[in-house]
Design a protein around this ligand. Structure first.
Ligand code: NAD
Length: 251
């Protein structure tokens, strides 16, 4: 897997028949001011992830979990989207449904930059849902901060929880993701350490699909090589803001 600074690579040509899958991670929002996990040595804003992002943490202390996500809501609301988010919104305008944008991020910076079709595989910070699997209520938009008490479902009175995929839970919409991976001819990951599965395994899946004749270009963008670097054809080393605006050349 060749690695070199992003400015030394030619633009990534996107032809009329190409279908592009872009996977974004915490790194794309770093330059907007939202800390990644990596930067904090596995802590998420000073908290061990199991405490605030796992079903066991929720069972042990739901007030703490809501305080944590309330702080994340306040922080994300104050952070503006950056040029990398905007470049992907522009790519969507150029490619329409030939772009599949899948993010591991729970922030809403892609949407605020103008992207209309975003699959949040790990959920959304600004949505809340009932924790009861038998309740018929749907996740709903919620920008409130629940820092003092755990809110309750108006339909069944069970506790309401953040609409987030915690460690140990199954990410959302894996069927749609699998179909888009099978269809793509260009796969680009931006700012993801390659350590959190199943997303970290997508590139390996596409590598193996080559044996069956499925051809795709596999490109990574970020300041350092990710843990799954060996599966990519190209590692374009650079920050998302410097790299994304000139990455794609749509022919
Ligand atoms: P990660 O924290 O494990 O890794 C971040 C990656 O971003 C690193 O590889 C780093 O080199 C790269 N990076 C740092 N600065 C960058 C920049 N300017 N441009 C491009 N890349 C940059 O993140 P992950 O792989 O996405 O996985 C962590 C999990 O954390 C995800 O499940 C996600 O849900 C959650 N998370 C989300 C947010 C958010 O919503 N913004 C923030 C923190 C964590």
């Amino acid at each position: 897997m060749p690695s070199k600074p992003s400015e030394e690579w030619p633009p990534l040509r996107i032809g009329a028949l190409d279908r592009v899958f872009v996977l974004t991670g915490a790194g794309i929002s770093a330059e907007s001011g939202i800390a990644t996990f990596r930067d904090a040595n596995g802590l998420w804003n000073q908290h061990p992830v199991e405490q605030v992002a796992s079903p066991a943490g929720w069972r042990a202390d739901p007030e703490l979990v809501w305080r944590f996500y309330s702080e994340r809501r306040a922080q994300a609301a104050a952070c503006p989207p950056n040029a990398a988010h905007r470049a992907l919104a522009e790519l969507e305008r150029a490619l329409g449904e030939r772009l599949f944008l899948c993010t591991q991020n729970v922030d809403d910076l892609h949407e605020r930059a103008g992207s209309e079709q975003v699959l949040h595989m790990h959920g959304e910070l600004f949505r809340t849902r009932c924790e009861s699997p038998s309740c018929a209520s749907e996740p709903y938009e919620d920008r409130a901060e629940h820092s003092r008490t755990v809110p309750r479902c108006t339909r069944c009175q069970a506790r309401l929880r953040p609409h987030i995929c915690w460690f140990g839970e199954v990410p959302f919409e894996m069927q749609r993701i699998t179909a888009a991976l099978e269809a793509c001819t260009v796969f680009v990951t931006v700012g993801s350490s390659g350590a959190v599965y199943p997303a970290a395994g997508f590139v390996a899946q596409l590598r193996m699909a080559r044996e069956l004749g499925h051809v795709s270009r596999l490109v990574y963008v970020g300041p350092e090589e990710p843990e799954n670097a060996d599966y990519f054809d190209e590692c374009r080393l650079g920050g998302a803001v410097a790299t994304l605006p000139t990455l794609f050349e749509v022919g």
